[in-house]
Design a protein around this ligand. Structure first.
Ligand code: MG
Length: 303
């Protein structure tokens, strides 16, 4: 197979290869390397799970997030029944609700037991209603953690393709979406890579079904952050931030975990949703969180 010059230039540009001063450069030295082609302007919108932020009350935490310069806040499944409490707290804050971190509901939606599946679907629909009320970008859903279902990988996918179209329409009716989260193999045997989650979205064909990437899990399962985000494309609607080693705030591993490659992928796909902390913190949170925010802004600038 041969690769023509035009294709080589495009490939070199996409992967940030220098097209001159290298052995390969001789082939293309008479051509200008094209800038990375993007699907539109991308933005780094930073968010955090509320529990990570110091403060005695939700109001205090939100006020500190505004001061620190966050764009969004990620809430938990406790929004169900507490919609007013959160709406009131958010009324005085600048941060908007990013995603709702929900989980698997015990793996009920992909249980071998049809009754449990029904209960799981009802619970997900209920949290989607609360998420819509709070104008959240979506509800993070893990089909099953290891040990929560006896179904096989193939059967779980079939069950999801049966149930997700209707759940997706419900989510759209609420003004939000379901966000599938791939995890590493230590936590879930089903759904480990971003492309796998994106292919489920492709097959479900509902704008109410989307997916996300978590830098912690990606560091274990993906060979390329950039490749993973490109394969996720327009289905990607949330990102979790953490180091891979230690799962702490970005930068707290001495900078070992880089976000530059992944952020380059987000720029290429024109990503405009939130990147949100889901991690532990070493040291004083009031000092360490602003450092992590700056660390990420630096990596975004380098991407
Ligand atoms: Mg996560």
């Amino acid at each position: 197979m041969t690769i023509n010059r035009r294709e080589f230039v495009a490939t070199a540009a996409a992967f940030g290869l220098a097209a001159s001063g290298t052995a390969l450069g001789a082939v293309v030295s008479d051509r200008k390397v094209q800038p990375i082609e993007t699907k539109g302007p991308a933005a780094l919108k930073l968010s955090s799970q509320l529990g990570i932020v110091p403060g005695k009350s939700t109001e205090e935490k939100l006020a500190l997030m505004d001061t620190m310069g966050f764009d969004g806040v990620e809430l938990g499944g406790d929004i169900v029944g507490n919609e007013k409490k959160y709406r009131d707290a958010l009324a005085n804050a600048k941060v908007k609700v990013s995603a709702i971190c929900w989980g698997s509901h015990g793996g009920d939606l992909v249980s071998a037991d049809a009754e449990k599946r029904k209960g799981g679907v009802a619970a997900l629909k209920r949290v989607l209603e609360s998420a819509g009320e709070l104008k959240s970008t979506g509800v993070v859903f893990v089909p099953a953690f290891n040990g929560q279902t006896t179904l096989t990988n193939q059967d779980i996918r079939k069950v999801l393709l049966d149930s997700l179209p209707e759940i997706g329409e419900h989510a759209l009716g609420c003004g939000t979406r379901v966000i599938l989260e791939p995890l590493n193999r230590g936590e879930a045997f089903f759904l480990r890579q971003l492309a796998d989650a994106a292919s489920i979205c492709r097959d479900v064909k509902s704008d109410g079904i989307a997916m996300m990437g978590d830098f912690y899990h990606m560091g274990i399962e993906e060979t390329s952050d950039l490749g993973a985000f490109i394969s996720a494309g327009s289905y990607l609607h949330h990102v979790h931030l953490a180091t891979t080693e230690g799962r702490t705030l970005p930068g707290q591993d001495g900078g070992k975990r880089s976000y530059v490659d992944g952020f380059r992928g987000l720029k290429i796909i024109g990503y405009q949703d939130y990147c949100s902390f889901e991690c532990g913190v070493r040291g004083d949170r009031a000092v360490e969180i602003p450092k992590a925010l700056q660390f990420l802004k630096d990596h975004w600038a380098q991407a």
